[in-house]
Write a new protein. Sequence first.
Length: 162
Amino acid sequence: MQNELNKNIYCSDDNRKVASFMSPKPSEFNLRNQIIRDADYEYQYDLNGNIIAKYMRNSCESSSRGMNEIAMPCPSPVLRFAYYYDADNKMSTIQHFYGSGDDEMILSFRYDPLGRRIFKSERDGTDGYLYKDSWYAYDGDDVIADYTVPPYSDPNATPEPR
């Protein structure tokens, strides 16, 4: 099935994990029904089934070449995302590599003993510049408050509710 915007479509289950995936481009899956390759990326998983890396595939056209053209090898895929998990298989860090040298963004997460995410940090991976920190307060399973510390703020300041 192809959508009009030519974009991938993801559907999640009750645990917010990808339950189904549709793409207008061909994709490959392993025996655990995990996507391992699509037209744009290659994926790697740990033994627990968690995604640990997402590589951007380099486009190498397999077009017919003239007799005088030399076929160049396709470069290796480039790491774009690295994912890390804590002992409870909860995502603790995502590194997003933009492609030029040390360009990256780091997202970090912390959880309470009940497994609810209570903290998210967005920082520049090269100099540690804070984009924002967010703290979450719960009533049962429902988030009732989201406090965000904006960039350039005093690290000792009390977060303001959004």
